[in-house]
Design a binder for this molecule. Structure first.
Ligand code: PMP
Length: 463
């Protein structure tokens, strides 16, 4: 079979794309004027575009390709599964071998108090499931008035209606009158951006206590759950101050509220642990998962459910009127199983925790010496660099928020590295199979890109 990229040259593909394709999270009019990039192949941490350029994938796709691109083991497992049973549903008293095996595997990998999983196809669907599941749980437990879910400003939980509402992205809320009723947001633990004169530790406690205030204002008897990412990803790789999670944990222990740790990014080795909750010692009641579960080879997500929640959801009986045609899709489950097998056989968790993680972190954090960098931070293989006009002063920001980040991102791409810009911070989250040589190249390319950005800002009088 001939690949489409071999039939059409780049310009034709761009023209057809512009004529017919609406891209996610994109100003389509602007993109169509510029023309999109076309990625035709990928292997390991490397992407190849339609003009034959090789580019390092510093974002593991969208934070998901843990085992690297192009693994034949996953392709073979999916092929085999599709040849045997390409699709059947899991409604109506039916199941199939790959979904059974995956549920068992996830129960083994999850913290000991989580032994069940509900499947879906994405992180957004996982959070829609969470939304419905926590309300259903409280109704089953005889407390139907517990309805409010507390999320955080600048948190990200997907782009469906529930995901957008639970997340705290103001630009998303402004489109279509979000959040829906019953969602409340509290401040995020973003010390670099919002810590003011407080030390990082003081700020961690200060922000955590906003949660108590919110619970008291709303009334504990009305609050169903608190949802948060262990480390905010799309919000800008926001690593909370060390004091934050212990204080939030303490607060949640005192209150009769479910805790949802959104593991869509932090799960499956990103922080050098199977789940971000393990890294921070959290004890969530629910964990939405997706992305790294299948390394993005096929779409699959889920919600890991604690024994406590199962008391309401299962033990009390009654149907939970919720599910998706593709809940536990056999081919997707086979992809996830093959992916987890690679992660285990290659000890990718240990590699991130003890080898490539510390190796890259040390070099990445050294970029903090650059005149354009206010802070360089990283946990596991998830890092950010804050670009600032005045290195000595966190409170000074660039005039047009986001424009320097975008410039730096575009220069990075030209230099052969995909980084993501969030406001004026640069984000990386490479595949977990990154080698030492590739880590060196990633850092060298970032340094080169920072230099180029700095020179351009000097030339235009912005620093
Ligand atoms: N939760 C988190 C923490 C995420 O980062 C994302 C996606 N970036 C989602 C949920 C939504 O996942 P999806 O895009 O698969 O719907």
């Amino acid at each position: 079979m001939t690949a489409v990229s071999n039939i059409y040259p780049t310009a034709s593909l761009q023209a057809i794309d512009a004529a017919h394709h609406i891209h996610p999270f994109t100003d389509t009019k602007e993109l169509n004027e510029e023309g999109t990039r076309i990625i035709t192949r990928a292997d390991g941490v490397w992407l190849t575009d339609s003009d034959g350029n090789r580019i390092m994938d510093g974002m593991a796709g969208l934070w998901c390709v843990q085992v690297g691109h192009g693994r034949p083991e996953i392709a073979d497992a999916v092929h085999k599964q599709m040849s045997e049973l390409s699709y059947y549903n899991t409604f109506f008293k039916t199941t199939h071998p790959p979904v059974v095996a995956l549920a068992e595997k996830l129960a083994q990998l999850a913290p000991p108090h989580m032994n069940h999983v509900f499947f879906c196809s994405s992180g957004s669907e996982a959070n829609d499931t969470v939304f419905r599941m926590v309300r259903h749980y409280w109704a089953q437990m005889g407390k139907p008035e517990k309805q409010v879910i507390i999320g955080r400003w600048n948190g990200y939980h997907g782009s469906t209606v529930a995901g957008t509402s639970l997340g705290g992205m103001k630009a998303m809320h402004e489109q279509g009158n979000m959040p829906i009723p019953g969602v409340h947001h509290v401040d995020q633990p973003y010390w670099f951006g919002e810590g003011g004169d407080m030390s990082s530790d003081e700020f961690g406690i200060h922000v955590a206590r906003k949660l108590v205030q919110a619970i008291d204002e709303i009334g504990e008897d009305k609050v169903a759950a608190f949802i948060a990412e262990p480390i905010q990803g799309a919000g800008g790789v926001i690593i909370p101050p060390e004091t934050y999670w212990p204080e939030v944990k303490r607060i949640l222990k005192e209150r009769d509220i479910l805790f949802v740790a959104d593991e869509v990014i932090c799960g499956f080795g990103r922080l050098g642990t199977w789940f971000g909750s393990e890294y921070f010692g959290l004890e969530p009641d629910l964990m939405p998962i997706a992305k790294g579960l299948s390394s993005g080879y096929l779409p699959i997500g889920g919600v890991l459910v604690s024994d406590r929640v199962c008391e309401g959801l299962i033990d009390k009986g009654g149907e939970f009127y919720h599910g998706y045609t593709y809940s536990g899709h056999p081919a997707c489950a086979a992809a996830a199983l093959a992916n987890l097998e690679i992660m285990e056989s290659e000890n990718l968790i240990g590699y991130v925790a003890d080898d490539i993680g510390p190796y890259l972190q040390q070099r990445w954090k050294a970029l903090g010496d650059h005149p354009l960098v206010g802070e360089a931070r990283m946990v596991g293989l998830m890092g950010a660099i804050e670009l600032v006009p005045n290195k000595g002063d966190r409170s000074v920001k660039f005039a047009h928020e986001g424009s320097v980040g975008t410039m730096c991102r575009d220069l990075s791409f030209q230099n052969g590295l995909v980084m993501r810009a969030v406001r004026d911070s640069m984000i990386i989250s490479p595949p977990l199979v990154l080698s030492h040589e590739e880590a060196d190249l990633l850092v060298a390319t970032t340094k080169k890109t920072l230099d180029a950005t700095y020179n351009e800002l000097k030339r235009t009088g912005q620093v």
